[in-house]
Design a protein around this ligand. Structure first.
Ligand code: PLP
Length: 397
């Protein structure tokens, strides 16, 4: 018998994919330049030169059998050492290579971590709005998704709501900062508060509650904003990282799980991550991609382009009367629906050939997500359409 749950997942496109496909079809009908697609988070800035030069160098200089062969299941030792050397240097920590497990992007890092930590019937808290795949990843483990809405003005955690959601069945909380879809970066003050709250309940229940921090946007921050490194504030933190956005290589699929030595039962968790990798068929992340990491770690694509887009959109959209959440990181803008209904806003935007993702699928109603990882030229061309859309609501200032 076919697994019905999996069939359903595969048969049904995500809202984001649906819009992306619609926009492709529309481009065929009315021309590439007349459709303004802000639906998908696919970086538009090219990878930094180090990516292609590292690949070329490795292909030219390394033994082909070794280069393309299996690495150890958890990843090449030198690669894992380079990862921890970088973390230790930038975060002033002293992790060993044995705390890192190389993965096929953040998605695999998350599924391995969740599979390692969550037993059927246990709850995982997600701070809404959140990356919709969390639900898929958590439910696959037999775990239960517990959505906790953030403060709707700042999109920082709402501690009153959070405290009500914690109970004996809470196994973990996923923290994604900088956030997809709001661009919010959780402040240091709130990380300290979150740590204190979780410590209180760990003590009360006599068991660990893990933070799984999902950090594909760690380097994508603007101005003088910094992203607190959560393991320094809360011992029971597992880090899921991806090079997809920092190096602009989302299709290449490379990331890692870090299980810090200070996390309770760290050795058992690391073993469980390895076991999850086995059970899910993820052993040995792509070998060539692993091996470019020591040559590229610490470098990023030209993030200043996203900042330019962010500032342009913030200035223009607010001048047209839209209400937007000022993002400090990632490459998303969360725009409030003038009618209060995110789906209606997305549908109406479509009539102006603008593709915006309604926020319902992120676990928060009344907004749309705009991905500004596009060319600045696309944004400039779309501005008159945004203005007309605002006029149709009568919000133009
Ligand atoms: N987590 C968040 C918040 C994301 O936005 C994404 C991708 O967009 C992922 C995880 C998955 O990242 P990856 O492409 O590295 O698997």
């Amino acid at each position: 018998m076919i697994n019905e749950k999996m069939r359903e997942l595969g048969a049904k496109r995500s809202v984001i994919r649906e819009l992306f496909e619609y926009s492709k079809a529309r481009k065929m009908e009315i021309g590439e330049d007349n459709v303004f697609d802000f639906s998908i988070g696919n970086p538009s800035v090219p990878a930094p030169d180090c990516v292609n030069s590292a690949m070329t160098k490795l292909i030219k200089e390394e033994n082909s059998v070794l280069l393309h062969g299996y690495t150890s299941a958890q990843g090449d030792t030198h690669v894992r050492q380079a990862v921890v050397d970088f973390i230790n240097k930038t975060q002033n920590t002293c992790y060993s290579a044995n705390s890192v497990y190389m993965t096929v992007g953040a998605a695999a890092a998350l599924t391995c971590s969740l599979t390692a930590l969550v037993n059927a019937g246990e709850e995982v808290i997600v701070l809404a709005p959140y990356f919709p795949e969390y639900k898929v990843f958590i439910e696959r483990t037999g775990g239960i998704v517990k959505e906790v809405l953030c403060n709707e003005t700042t999109f920082q955690p709402d501690f009153e709501r959070l405290e009500k959601a914690i109970n004996e069945k809470t196994s973990a909380i996923i923290v994604n900062s900088p956030n997809n879809p709001t661009g919010a970066v959780i402040t240091e003050e709130n990380i300290v508060k979150l740590s204190a709250l979780l410590n209180k309940y760990q003590q009360k229940f006599g068991k660990p509650i893990y933070i799984i921090c999902d950090e594909p946007y760690r380097e994508l921050v603007y101005g003088d904003v910094t992203v607190p490194f959560i393991p320094k504030y809360y011992d029971n933190t597992i880090v899921c990282y991806s090079f997809s956005k920092s190096l602009s290589i989302p299709g290449e699929r490379i990331g890692y799980v870090l299980v810090p030595e200070k996390a309770q039962d760290n050795i058992a968790i690391y073993q469980a991550v390895c076991g999850a990798g086995r059970a899910l068929g993820f052993v040995c992340a792509p070998s060539l991609l692993q091996k470019i990491i020591p040559l590229c770690i610490g470098q990023t694509a030209d993030i200043s382009i996203y900042d330019k887009n962010r500032q342009l959109l913030l200035k223009e959209l607010t001048s047209y009367g839209y209400s937007v959440v000022k993002p400090d990181g990632a490459f998303y803008l969360f725009v409030k629906s003038p009618s209060g209904d995110g789906n209606e806003f997305s549908e109406r935007a479509k009539k102006h050939e603008i593709m915006l993702v309604p926020s319902d699928s992120f676990g928060c109603k009344g907004y749309v997500r705009l991905s500004y990882c596009v060319t600045t030229e696309q944004i400039e061309k779309a501005l008159p359409a945004f203005k007309n859309l605002a006029k149709s609501y009568g919000i133009t200032k």
